[in-house]
Each structure stands twice: as C-alpha cells, then as structure tokens.
Design a binder for this molecule. Structure first.
Ligand SMILES: *[C@@H]1O[C@H](CO)[C@@H](O)[C@H](O)[C@H]1NC(C)=O
Ligand SMILES: *[C@@H]1O[C@H](CO)[C@@H](O)[C@H](O)[C@H]1NC(C)=O
Ligand SMILES: *[C@@H]1O[C@H](CO)[C@@H](O)[C@H](O)[C@H]1NC(C)=O
Ligand SMILES: *[C@@H]1O[C@H](CO)[C@@H](O)[C@H](O)[C@H]1NC(C)=O
Ligand SMILES: *[C@@H]1O[C@H](CO)[C@@H](O)[C@H](O)[C@H]1NC(C)=O
Ligand SMILES: *[C@@H]1O[C@H](CO)[C@@H](O)[C@H](O)[C@H]1NC(C)=O
Length: 341
C-alpha cells in the first residue's frame, strides 16, 4: 500500500518533468531513501568539477562513490613506485565534503595496467610490486575508505578454468587472490575487502566457480568481507535468481553489494524501453533490499551523457540530468523497504 502511495506521490510531484524544466530530482534524495544502505555512483573527476549539474546530483543523491578510473593502476602508479594521488584525492575530498563513503577500486585486475607491469617481471618481482602498490595506497588513504575492490574480474568466463589467464594468475596461479587479500588486510585492517566481478549476478557457471573459491577461502581462514556484483546488464535481462544468488554469498558470512549497475538499452530510447529499464532497476534494488547483508547499490556513472557506454542511455538520469523513470523506480524500491523496516 505504502509502495503505491509513494509511487503516486512521486509521479504527482515529478511526473511533469519536461525538457524545459530545470534538471532537478526535486526533494527526492536516493541517498536518504536508501538508508541504512548506501546509494552510490562511479565518480569521474573529468566531470565532477567541470559540470555543475553533475556535481549537484553527486552532492545530493549519493552516499558512496567509487572512483571510475582514478585509482586504477595506470593512473595511480604510472611508473615504478611513482604514485600520483591527485585525481583520486579529489574524489576522496569531495566525498568527505558531501558526507559520502568511498569504495576504492581496485588493486588486482588484468586491465588498465601501466606498461611496466608486464610478464617480464619475475613472480618474485611482481610479488614485491603488488605488495608495495597495496601498502602505499592503503597507507595514503588510511582511515578514509569504507571498502576496497581488492580483486577485480579474475574469475574465468569459460568452464574449463577457474581463473582468467592474466598476468596475476600466470605468475601466482591460485595464490593470486589470497596474496592481494592478505596484503590488503595487513596494510589496513579497517576497510571492507571485496572481490568484484561481472557475469556473476545470477546462479550460473561463473558464479558457481566464484562461490567455490570463496568457500575455500573461508575454510582456509583467508579474510574477505564481501562480494561485489557489477550488474552491467542489458535491458530486460535481470537474472530472476539475483536475490537468491546474493543470499547464498551472504550466507557465507559476507557482505554483498551491487557495484557497477547500468542497464544498456542497446537501441534508441522510447517509452517502452525506458519503462522496462525502470523495471530492471527496481528489480535489482528490490533484490538488494531483500538481503540483509546487501550494503549498497552503486550505479556506474551519474547521467547518460557521462557513461562509459556512449549512447546506451544506461543510467537513472538523462543527458540533461533529468530523472528518468529508472530514478523513480529506484526511489520506490528503496522507499518501500524503508517503510517496511
Ligand atoms: C545545468 O542545468 C541548467 C538548467 O537546466 C542549464 O541551464 C545549464 O545549461 C546546465 N549546465 C550545464 C553545464 O550543463
Ligand atoms: C571520465 O570518463 C571519460 C569517459 O568515459 C573517460 O574518457 C575519462 O578518462 C574519465 N576520466 C577519469 C579521470 O576517469
Ligand atoms: C598526476 O595526475 C594529475 C591528474 O590526473 C595530472 O594532471 C598530473 O599531470 C599528474 N602528475 C604527474 C606528475 O604526472
Ligand atoms: C616491461 O616491464 C619492464 C619492467 O618493469 C620494463 O623494463 C619494460 O620496459 C616493460 N616492457 C614494455 C614493453 O613496456
Ligand atoms: C578454455 O577455453 C577457451 C576457449 O573456450 C580457450 O581459449 C582457453 O585457452 C581454455 N583455457 C584452458 C585453461 O584450457
Ligand atoms: C523501443 O526501444 C527498444 C529498445 O531500443 C526497441 O527494441 C523497440 O523496438 C522500440 N519500440 C518502438 C515502438 O520503437
């Protein structure tokens, strides 16, 4: 009942948003509605300080930020032991200013590595390089970050292997993930440490592989706090067993989080597509709020003009920063959960 009333109220208050009205999400703040969970976005310094409408949404709608690229290896340690924290610091300072948390992203990934991190390094050298990378960054941000995506996208997409064939697994084999987790835990015991991946949203071969890996970590006493489910999804393709899948990981005594959500229309927008997109967003938020250990929902970008997927119209705000049906659907899903406690 509350859900219906809220939905009606939202449409009543904001249904008349038109291209001539100021881009405004009105009095609705998704960050408030999401409480006690966090609602987040990937932030990008290229826009954060150069597009005031983007900045305004960032300040009012989100309670956690993930740097889109600013903490990736090629940006933060472009040369051996030469760190550049400038851009990442801007996001951390902005987050402090807007009382939002920060999710660090990331330490161990096969992409966006600088050329000097390559296969010519021996396993011993790479081990030293990894430990130094994690130590220096975690020391720099001590006390400031809520969580870290320590591991990003290491699970194989094919059933014939557990891990992707990338520098980390070539050099360290199955010790790759534990190494990064142990170094991160040693460097700073505070932030929540995550494994983050795509294609693991439903119960499928890849998520089963991850599940077995994580279960073995738990049995071996390797500390891990959570799993990030990216959710870069295509219109109408939210896995029906998303909630069940989140729950089985939560049942391993882990936090779970939706970390990189966007819904790709894969075609030009029209009312039907935008309504389906709203339904998809709502389903995902509903799955999160139904799982006690689901701590956050983060969208990968803020508005359609600044997404990593150009012309995909993938986000809850359009290119003019106007709220789309997806925005109201997210509000409704969080609002419903708040009302029912
Ligand atoms: C921000 O929104 C206002 C109101 O619609 C608009 O006039 C302005 O051009 C926008 N600013 C930018 C930088 O897009
Ligand atoms: C911001 O996003 C744009 C477009 O995806 C990208 O080209 C740019 O590198 C990003 N900037 C940062 C600092 O991540
Ligand atoms: C560090 O990064 C900033 C922001 O990306 C860039 O403007 C600056 O040139 C970099 N500094 C060095 C010394 O490379
Ligand atoms: C590979 O890494 C080594 C050691 O960091 C470096 O000396 C070499 O230039 C790198 N190779 C390329 C092609 O960048
Ligand atoms: C698994 O299969 C893929 C093709 O489906 C192949 O490219 C890859 O080398 C195989 N990996 C292993 C470890 O056999
Ligand atoms: C609406 O958009 C979707 C996705 O782009 C497309 O598949 C569908 O054909 C469109 N419908 C109309 C009526 O244009």
């Amino acid at each position: 009942m509350y859900r219906l009333l809220l939905g009606t109220a939202l449409i009543f208050r904001f249904g008349r948003a038109s291209p001539t009205s100021a881009p405004d999400s009105g009095e609705i703040s998704l960050r408030d509605l999401a409480e006690p969970r966090f609602f987040g976005a990937a932030a990008n310094t290229t826009f954060l300080f150069h597009d005031q409408n983007y900045t305004r949404l960032a300040e009012t709608q989100f309670s956690i930020f993930t740097p889109e690229n600013e903490m990736k290896w090629e940006n933060i340690e472009p040369f051996p032991n030469v760190f550049n924290f400038t851009a990442a610091d801007e996001i951390v300072r902005f987050s402090e200013f807007s009382h939002a948390k920060v999710r660090g992203h990331n330490f161990m990934w096969g992409n966006q590595l600088p050329p000097w991190v390559n296969d010519s390094l021996s396993a011993t050298e790479l081990d030293r390089v990894l430990k130094n990378h994690i130590d220096k960054i975690m020391n720099h941000y001590r006390g400031k970050l809520y969580a870290w995506d320590v591991i990003n996208e290491l699970i194989s997409d094919t059933p014939n292997a557990t891990f992707k064939d990338i520098i980390w697994t070539r050099k360290f084999g199955e010790e790759a993930m534990p190494k990064a987790l142990v170094y991160a835990r040693q460097a700073d015991p505070q932030p929540r440490l995550y494994i983050n991946d795509y294609g693991i949203e439903g119960i499928n071969g890849k998520s089963n592989t991850l599940f077995e890996v994580v279960k073995s970590f738990k049995e071996d006493g390797i500390l891990l706090d959570g799993i990030g489910f990216q959710c870069h999804l295509t219109l109408g393709q939210v896995p029906p067993d998303l909630q069940e899948n989140l729950q089985r990981f939560a049942d391993l005594d882990l936090d779970v989080a939706i970390t990189e959500l966007d819904i790709n229309l894969r075609g030009p927008a029209n009312d039907t597509a935008l309504a389906q997109q709203a339904k998809d967003y709502e389903e995902i938020v509903n799955a999160c709020v139904a799982v006690k250990r689901c701590v956050s929902v983060t969208v990968w970008g803020v508005s359609d003009d600044h997404s990593w997927i150009p012309h995909g119209e993938v986000l809850p705000w359009d290119g003019e920063k106007r709220p789309k049906p997806a925005f109201f659907a997210i509000a409704e899903a969080f609002g419903e959960s708040t009302s029912s406690g």
